[in-house]
Design a protein around this ligand. Sequence first.
Ligand code: IDP
Ligand code: MG
Length: 154
Amino acid sequence: MDQTFIILKPSTIARCLVGDVLTRFQRKGLLIAGIKMMCLDEAILREHYAHLVDRPFFPSLLHSMTATPVIVAVLRGKNAVEVVRAMTGATNCRNAAPGTIRGDFGMSGQENIIHASDSPENAEIEINRFFRPEEIFDYTLAGIGSIYAPDELD
Ligand code: IDP
Ligand code: MG
């Protein structure tokens, strides 16, 4: 099965939306393979957002991502990266389609509820950046046979 990485950002923590966001992924049929609360520091954010460090809004993004602890999680499921990105929606919540997490829960480009890995390669890098191997668990959902057909299970 595939894995992806998400961050429930400080906007989610501050607005008490942790349960709402996680429930969506669980209802979809994704398995929570790892989850923890942590504080992000500038060093890890400079790595994680390396593609944005030179953008004018980066100091503001840094401030936002360190405002409260965050919740990081690894989600497992078939095509997990694509499925979770689709559920996440466009970067700016005001442009995100209704029915997506950002479309339903946010109004901001920066305070946009969650991070989700954008490719399987980046998912692996991000999982290794934020989790130790022993923090990711191998187990099966009791309802797995109702989530997938037999030929969809790797
Ligand atoms: P993504 O989160 O949809 O993958 P990225 O372009 O990778 O979008 O940007 C990472 C994060 O940086 C966004 O989720 C958002 O919080 C922030 N961000 C991106 N573009 C802007 C902007 O133009 N203004 C403010 N914040 C931005
Ligand atoms: Mg991105």
